[in-house]
Design a protein around this ligand. Structure first.
Ligand SMILES: C[S@@+](CC[C@H](N)C(=O)[O-])C[C@H]1O[C@@H](n2cnc3c(N)ncnc32)[C@H](O)[C@@H]1O
Length: 260
């Protein structure tokens, strides 16, 4: 079974596709419908790499933490169908308008809902019941608070509550993913009360425990975003004083579904 459109007889010609585990992606792709506006969004190069490698044209991608729809815009660009779920009505509305600016014929639907609840997945099934790739870009616990809502993972009162909400989503996503297909997790760690909280490794374990095989841990560079520009020397000072290192990386982890 082939999970992509790569012609292996011409494998040397696919310069764009990264196969190393260190991704220095550099600047965000802000072309077309992509917007740098939302501070929690990921660079479009991440879903692009995942889709080129693990889906074929015309297949279906699910993003349960859709935000401003970066995955959906990129899916359209690559001729893939995509469904996103976003808790915030307001963010979902904006995402729909960005996504509609991207030309293309494929399906790109954003549902408003809570991705930790079974009824949200019932609504997804009404659009499509088999997906070929899942991309999870949850809040990095409470690093950025996205909404005031209790169901928002960024408002989880404790680390355990965050991890169990995240695990509920993984459990709900699994039956919708076709056998042997990939789930991609994009996440960074957190720093709290003088302690590094390895959210990446905790969530990695949660995905593995839900019946997925770990295929790769990619470390991706974090570029200074607009909000943090000019503050680097402050972070460096704090790091030197506090005995820690400034976050310059996050993780893109690749898992394959085991069993049916
Ligand atoms: C890190 S952002 C994702 C950004 C997205 N990848 C993009 O490029 O725009 C996480 C998103 O998850 C949403 N969210 C938080 N809790 C949720 C939940 N329980 N169900 C669905 N979405 C949720 C937040 O509102 C936020 O927009």
């Amino acid at each position: 079974m082939q999970f992509n459109d790569i012609d292996m007889r011409r494998w040397k010609e696919y310069d764009e596709i990264i196969t190393d585990s260190l991704w220095i992606l550099g600047r965000r792709d802000n072309s077309g419908a992509h917007t740098p506006e939302y501070h929690g969004n990921f660079v479009p190069q991440i879903p692009r790499q995942a889709m080129l490698r693990f889906t074929r044209r015309g297949e279906w991608v699910l993003d349960p933490f859709a935000g401003l729809g970066t995955t959906l815009i990129e899916a359209r660009r690559l001729g893939r169908n995509a469904v996103g779920v976003e808790l915030s009505e307001e963010i979902a509305e904006k995402a729909r308008s960005f996504v509609s600016e991207e030309p293309g014929e494929t399906v790109a639907e954003i549902l408003v809902g809570d991705s930790t609840r079974p009824e949200t997945f019932e609504a997804i099934r009404e659009i499509m019941d088999t997906f070929h790739l899942v991309i999870l870009h949850p809040p990095y616990w409470n690093i950025i608070r996205f909404t005031e809502r209790r169901e928002d993972l960024s408002n989880a009162p404790t680390l355990d509550a965050f991890l169990s909400a995240f695990s509920r989503t993984v459990g709900l996503v699994r039956p919708l993913l076709a056998a042997r297909r990939y789930l991609v997790l994009v996440i960074g760690d957190a720093y709290r009360k003088g302690e590094w909280i390895p959210l990446g490794f905790y969530t990695m374990k949660a995905v593995m425990d839900a019946g997925f095989r770990l295929k790769s841990i990619v470390v991706k560079d974090i570029q200074e975003n607009r909000g943090k520009r000019g503050q680097y020397s402050l972070w460096r000072y704090r790091a030197l004083r506090g005995g820690y290192y400034v976050f310059k990386h996050e993780y893109v982890m690749f898992f394959q579904k085991v069993g049916r």
